[in-house]
Design a binder for this molecule. Structure first.
Ligand SMILES: [Fe+2]
Ligand SMILES: [Fe+2]
Length: 318
């Protein structure tokens, strides 16, 4: 006799409570599936759109060494997008459908990639702060309750830590260089600090999905907890670099054992998320163009796959 929905739901709840993984073949509540599809798609889109701000500097890298590092990093982000689209597909969606939604502006990606990259110091600061924030967000996702997502995150996090280091290493070279280079690093830090804090999402009081996601063990920490962790981790790094973080309220709080810090501009965050950031239109237009230009590759792959199937099954391809 087939299990009732109530029985299936009980098994699901037990699996979550025992901190075991839900796998694609397992029954799961529709809302859990939908939440994961939305989160994984948003994450995959962020990896792919995130190639643009740094890709902008590949042709202008100051040396062959810097170009090789940046190329490797940007390629990693493409790979992250691919793993994540594959993880989303285990939930019954098609990556083509997700890409369509992205270019039709019906699914979001991280707000951080809607800011421009104005100097080569931005490559370093993105590695340091943006990949650094991504690591804080993503390490707990390695223990996410959905198996394919958790496993994808393990590999992604290893590569993110290389990204963070390559950024920091570039900044170390620059702050030990000329006065003009030090100024570039400071100027870039000033632009990216607040948008990096916004990467953790709205404050907990304003984040309606957090509770349910934590109950399902998709999320392990709240936005504010992760933001605090990031600030605590980053302040000593900024001191080692000799750059100032642009927040007059930033100071160590002995009692809390954490740094206090100011409030990001949540109006700016909302504006960027809803499409009016400095580069939203440009990022989407670029992605749309790349998708259209790739149509012949998809057609060729489809024709090849049909030919192979026809060969295997003895049918003649039309
Ligand atoms: Fe990535
Ligand atoms: Fe990265």
């Amino acid at each position: 006799m087939a299990a009732t929905e109530q029985e299936l739901s009980a098994v699901f709840e037990q699996t979550i409570a025992a901190d075991q993984r839900i796998e694609p073949r397992d029954w799961m509540p529709e809302a859990y599936r939908r939440t994961l599809i939305r989160q994984i798609a948003q994450h995959a889109h962020s990896e792919i759109i995130g190639m643009q701000p740094e890709g902008n500097w590949i042709l202008r890298a100051p040396s062959l060494r810097r170009k090789a590092i940046l190329l490797a990093k940007v390629q990693d982000e493409a790979g992250h997008g691919m793993y994540l689209y594959a993880a989303a597909e285990t939930l019954g969606v098609d990556r083509a459908e997700l890409t369509e939604k992205l270019i039709a502006n019906k699914q979001k990606y991280s707000s951080i990639f809607n800011y421009p990259t104005l100097s080569y110091a931005d490559v370093g600061v993105i590695g340091w702060l943006v990949d650094g924030a991504a690591i804080c967000n993503q390490v707990p996702l390695c223990r996410c309750s959905y198996g394919p997502y958790a496993r994808a995150m393990i590999r992604i996090c290893k590569e993110e830590s290389f990204h963070q280091r390559q950024g920091y290493e570039l900044l170390l070279a620059m702050v030990n260089g000329t006065e003009a280079q030090r100024e570039m690093v400071q100027e870039s830090t000033n632009r990216f600090w607040w948008p990096s804090l916004m990467m953790f999402g709205p404050p907990d009081g304003d984040s309606p999905n957090t509770r349910q996601s934590m109950a399902w063990r998709i999320k392990r920490h709240t936005n504010d907890e992760l933001r605090q962790r990031f600030v605590d981790m980053t302040v000593p790094q900024s001191e080692a670099l000799g750059v100032t973080l642009p927040d007059p309220d930033l100071r160590w709080n002995e009692e809390r054992g954490h740094y206090d810090f100011g409030e990001p501009d949540w109006d700016e965050f909302k504006a960027v998320i809803s499409g009016s950031g400095p580069c939203n239109a440009q990022r989407l237009a670029h992605r749309r163009r790349a998708h259209e230009n790739g149509a012949w590759v998809r057609e060729a792959a489809r024709a090849y796959a049909e030919k192979q199937t026809a060969k295997r099954t003895g049918r003649v391809a039309a």
